[in-house]
Design a protein around this ligand. Structure first.
Ligand code: TMP
Ligand code: MG
Length: 286
């Protein structure tokens, strides 16, 4: 059916169930399908050139437009909160208020840095960020078959849009819900527009009233792509889901998190920097 499912990175707890979902996605066809995807570490890579690939926040936090003191404070926040975000021994209820704290402190610091709208393209160009291998096929296929790609991100909307634009794949079928910057008349960052989206509130609560929420409710077959346990609720706003296939990238703390990911995601991709599996499934469905 889908040869890529035999790849060494693929783990599936219930293969018959997965085969059933994929068959049903094919039967429903392109007109019923939408792809709901996280951005950072899902569409973008986890590792690149031997190190970590930057998230949309890191691209800005580590850029030359941030003062040395600001960069240090942002790095300290990352070192403190990222282990909490990925701690397998804490519940989502414990993590949620701490994530609000992290994002709020970062956004507060960023608004003190005189960041200019006009700097963003250059910051992204210099960042070394990479989309996962196979991104062009994914974006182009979805566009070709008019399948909506809804990107739901706790990163920074202005940055991730620029990454996609620079990769020449920002097609008309893409909509994004994320944290967007607000600039004053002279183009300087003054605040972030609400509601704040962090790793563990990617659900209805921040989608209500958005334009794409309406638009996406008619597409009842879903492929969901994520890398965090928080990404599992991204499709909760779609009222009558017929079939949903959840594909999870397990990037970090692989051995510790394997069991939990296998229970939650239909397909788990371990240390897989490509979109080959998603592309293989789409090739079969479309
Ligand atoms: P997402 O991939 O679920 O949209 O979440 C965004 C990621 O960004 C999440 O893994 C935490 C990370 N992050 C940073 O790397 N730096 C930051 O300053 C913040 C607030 C988040
Ligand atoms: Mg992510």
């Amino acid at each position: 059916m889908v040869p890529e499912l035999e790849n060494a990175t693929v783990r599936i707890q219930r293969p018959e169930r997965v085969a059933g979902i994929i068959r049903s996605l094919r039967e429903q066809g392109a007109s019923k399908l939408q792809v709901i995807s996280d951005f950072d570490m899902t569409l973008s890579r986890f590792g690149c050139s031997g190190g970590r690939c930057p998230t949309s926040h890191n691209i800005l936090n580590d850029s030359r437009v941030i003062s040395e003191d600001g960069r240090k404070k942002l790095k300290d926040l990352l070192d403190y909160y990222y282990p909490i975000e990925t701690d397998p021994n804490r519940t989502l209820e414990e993590k949620r208020p701490l994530m609000v704290e992290w994002w709020s402190r970062v956004h507060e610091l960023l608004t003190q840095q005189n960041i200019r709208k006009g700097d963003i393209a250059q910051i992204v160009r210099e960042s070394g960020v990479m989309l996962r291998d196979g991104f062009k096929e994914l974006f182009d296929q979805l566009h070709k078959y008019s399948v909506p790609l809804f990107i739901f991100s706790a990163g920074i909307g202005d940055i991730l849009e620029e990454i996609i634009r620079q990769a020449n794949v920002f097609h008309s079928n893409i909509s994004v819900v994320s944290n967007y910057m607000d600039f004053d008349e002279s183009g300087v960052l003054t605040r972030f527009k609400g509601p704040l989206i962090h790793t563990y509130n990617k659900n209805n609560s921040v989608l209500q009233g958005t334009e794409c929420f309406q638009q996406l409710s008619t597409r009842t077959s879903i492929i969901l792509l994520g890398d965090s346990m928080g990404d599992l609720t991204m499709a909760d706003g779609v009222p009558s889901v017929e079939s949903i296939l959840k594909i999870g990238f397990l990037n970090d703390k692989v051995e510790e998190q394997r069991g939990k990911y296998l229970d939650a995601y239909d397909i788990v991709l371990e240390r897989d920097e490509t979109l080959d599996v998603a592309n293989g499934i789409l090739r079969y469905i479309l």
